[in-house]
Design a protein around this ligand. Structure first.
Ligand code: AMP
Length: 370
């Protein structure tokens, strides 16, 4: 917590003062946010496109629930998005899209620090410093790196290899304890813990806390995609993901095209993965009676997959429609989004500067001539 940081508190910047005077953040006070003894939470989403149901249920839902209880930092990971070399204008559009969707889903700039990763350059410096305690062998063994090099053999860059180090820097720059993420991020969190512990051990300090992946339900989740292959993701096959801002007709089409089989032939038969995926999606958006109805129909072999899909599509539409309406409304107010990002960056930089100042002291990068 803040009490044992060795770097001095920095004074408020002019831009914070300017923002404080706007109507957008009437409750802002310089000290209110940063002198809490609350546990710290950090998480983010890459700016690689619009948010989908996997992002919402794996990450965003937790972000929203955690805002009152914890000191929260939520960012848009545009540096992480660079590994695939996006076209610059496209990258900027994606950053705006993720910010818009964060706010539409209920992230509150008064309660949390909401910022763009590249607006906090201290993260990049901590990334450089943490690279000294990350070993090539462990990075090469990381599952996501192995998957990526299989998928994109023509683009195995060092950024991909050191992705977990940048992620550790994202977390450790705020010395966060809890990291609300989906199941796919579990190994990255384990690596962040290793780097934190190794740093503490090497320098004989108890500075970085060990961060843990977290879900309010007590269990990390994986939202399946519609193609029957695995998780819902932005870069998976066409039709695999349902986006929060998607039109009702597009959602219906995608769900109706989801893979199924020829149906159960025996009572209480185990569900094959494509069918079990549809039930998993239902559990996120449908009423318990609806799920029970289709579950019974599957178990007594009377199920009609067409009916199941129609119901699932309508329940998804009922869930996403209010979010989509808010997204469209916010898109018409880019000035408000800009102010939110600037305000969030100031809050995040303040915490980041404190951590980095202390890391400089610990590593012998300050007071060289004394
Ligand atoms: P990404 O879009 O890969 O940057 O992921 C942002 C956040 O969404 C991370 O916390 C992921 O764990 C989470 N996430 C992405 N896809 C899924 C999914 N299919 N199921 C659960 N969580 C997910």
């Amino acid at each position: 917590m803040l009490c044992y940081l060795s770097a001095p508190l920095l004074s408020a910047s002019e831009s914070l003062n300017r923002l404080q005077k706007t109507e957008l953040f009437p409750n802002h006070t310089e000290s209110a946010y940063f002198c809490t003894m609350k546990e710290r939470v950090l998480s983010g989403v890459r700016s690689t496109g619009n948010l989908h149901l996997g992002n919402y249920f794996g990450a965003l839902k937790n972000f929203i629930q955690m805002q009152d209880q914890y000191e929260c930092y939520f960012f848009i990971a545009n540096l992480h998005a660079l590994t695939t070399h996006p076209e610059p204008e496209m990258l900027k559009r994606s950053v705006k899209a993720v910010l818009t969707e964060y706010i539409a889903c209920g992230l509150d700039p008064e309660k949390s620090a909401i910022y763009v990763q590249s607006d906090v350059p201290e993260i990049s410096e901590l990334y450089t410093l943490l690279n000294m305690v990350a070993y090539k062998g462990e990075l090469e063994k990381c599952t996501s790196f192995k998957e990526k090099i299989k998928k994109h053999a023509e683009n195995i860059n060092a950024g991909l290899l050191t992705y977990p180090v940048l992620m550790a820097a994202d977390i450790l720059i705020h010395r966060a304890h809890k990291v609300p993420v989906g199941k796919d991020q579990e190994q990255h969190l384990e690596m962040a813990r290793n780097f934190a512990v190794r740093f503490n051990h090497k320098y004989g300090v108890d500075f970085f806390p060990e961060p843990f992946a977290f879900d309010m339900s007590g269990q990390l989740i994986k939202v399946p995609g519609l193609d029957g292959s695995g998780k819902m993701g932005k870069s998976e096959s066409e039709g695999n993901a349902i986006f929060l801002r998607e039109d009702a007709d597009a959602i219906r089409k995608k769900v109706m095209r989801a893979k199924t089989d020829s149906g159960p032939t025996q009572p209480n038969q185990e569900k094959p993965v494509e069918i079990s995926n549809l039930f998993t999606l239902m559990q996120l958006v449908s009423a318990p009676e609806t799920i029970a109805f289709f579950d019974d129909a599957y178990n007594n072999c009377s199920i009609r997959y067409g009916d199941l899909k129609k119901q699932l599509a309508e329940d998804i539409i009922a869930f996403t429609t209010p979010l989509k309406e808010k997204i469209l409304e916010l898109e018409n107010n880019p000035k408000q989004l800009q102010e939110i990002a600037e305000y969030g960056a100031e809050k995040a930089r303040k915490s980041a500067r404190q951590t980095l100042g202390a890391v400089h002291d610990i590593m012998g990068l300050t007071s060289i001539w004394k």
